[in-house]
Ligand binder design. Structure first.
Ligand code: FES
Length: 163
């Protein structure tokens, strides 16, 4: 019968083993929450739509496209991006309005309402839109984008979807 070799831990090896094991456990207890805290913003889904208040509807003159600008802060992980947006509010009645994006549907230049022409004009390639955002001439392939609107307590809001 073969003799089994017995290995005995010395006191020093035993202490080193216990200290190493305790260190690993304490490292996991402290480290896992820290890693979770650092990584969680990158994993969070970002809300990409909202109702944006444009102020009291009565402040907008009827039948005159009126510009309004706002900013949105987008958080992606640890990165924050502030973007500015512009719209035109066309109040069509005492309690109704249409709201158009000021981004040209050709190559995304900003259109500007030209009171002298009664049209939105795009400075980049001479695209023109009528008061309701429909294409009059030039290369834009479709009308200006229009936002869903609602009026709450006299305030105009648009449904903004970030894309
Ligand atoms: S970007 Fe407006 S016409 Fe080209």
């Amino acid at each position: 019968m073969a003799k089994r070799a017995r290995y005995r831990l010395s006191r020093r090896e035993f202490v080193n083993l216990v200290v190493g094991a305790l260190g690993s456990i304490m490292g996991a207890v402290v480290g896992i929450p820290i890693i979770g805290y650092l990584v969680s913003p990158a994993l969070k889904a970002q809300k990409s739509e909202a109702w944006i208040p444009l102020g009291p509807l009565e402040n907008y003159p009827i039948d005159v496209p009126t510009p309004f600008n706002f900013t949105r802060t987008k958080v992606h992980g640890w990165e924050r991006t502030v973007s500015s947006y512009g719209v035109y509010v066309l109040r069509t009645a005492e309690d109704q309005a249409k709201v158009f994006s000021n981004v040209c549907t050709h190559l995304s230049c900003r259109v500007k309402w030209r009171e002298d022409l009664g049209q939105y004009a795009c400075p980049c390639h001479d695209g023109f839109f009528d008061k309701n955002g429909d294409v009059i001439s030039g290369p834009p392939p479709r009308p200006l984008d229009q936002y869903e609107t609602k009026v709450e307590d006299g305030n105009l809001l648009i449904h903004f979807v970030e894309g």
